[in-house]
Write a protein that binds this ligand. Sequence first.
Ligand code: NAP
Length: 263
Amino acid sequence: MDLGLKGKTAIVAAASKGLGFEIAKALAEEGVKVSICARNESELVKARETIVKATGGEVLAVKCDLTIQEDIKNLVDKTVETHGDVNILVNNSGGPPSGFFTELSLEEWVKAVKLNLMSAVTLTKYVLPYMIKNHWGRIINSTSFSVKQPIEELILSNSIRLAVVGFAKTLANEVGKYNITVNNVCPGYFKTDRVIQLAKSKADKLNTTIENIFKGWESQIPLGRLGNPREYAELIVFLASERASYITGATIQIDGGIIKSSL
Ligand code: NAP
């Protein structure tokens, strides 16, 4: 299948490792000019080098804290300066801390709103004019399966990511006339640093091992295993492609079947 992505330009936020990194690499393999960002510059530069080596693609790395508006503007400006345009936006970010409601401070709530909602809103604000001008665009919000089924001890994710879903569905209605699609993707458990960290903090609390926590998660997944980040990236690449031209306003899970509801 020709995905029709060659020569397009993408911003993949929070992409020095984990899901964002795999998405950026998979897009670069399809001939997309990619911009990646993260806070830790040395990790980011390493990620850029790895993607360039693996794909021979054009990759721009911009240090950016997605909770800082000026950093986000700089990321978009540098992308346009270097790649000439922005056609695809993958809104991804770090995860909010785990914890029960009684354990989390109001400051942590405000921080999570900035990280997981406002980063997507701000990036979209700066990128949208380029998509409107081109009469073509793809906005993909990487969220979590928490938007379809609350996850224990993750009240920040369960709450704030639903605002992203509402944002995307409404925006999809507003920008369809410009041939811009807006979708959400909801990952189940994929083995990344973030998930290993979550497993570790759960294991410490329950006085057990990380292996036991993984086993517990695997037992809830019909496919019996955690996902490989590459499997996640392939769905995002498809949604970014010409082949997904009639999918918009959708919230699509990729979770090995862990979500228990029918819809
Ligand atoms: P990860 O392996 O920890 O990678 C996170 C990436 O985000 C890193 O590149 C990190 O780099 C960057 N980042 C974090 N905070 C940032 C900030 N303020 N500004 C810019 N970049 C930032 O995490 P992941 O597993 O790929 O998860 C990515 C997102 O998907 C998270 O929101 C997570 O909650 C969500 N999610 C993941 C899964 C899963 O199974 N992996 C499931 C559901 C939801 P720096 O630290 O250097 O900034």
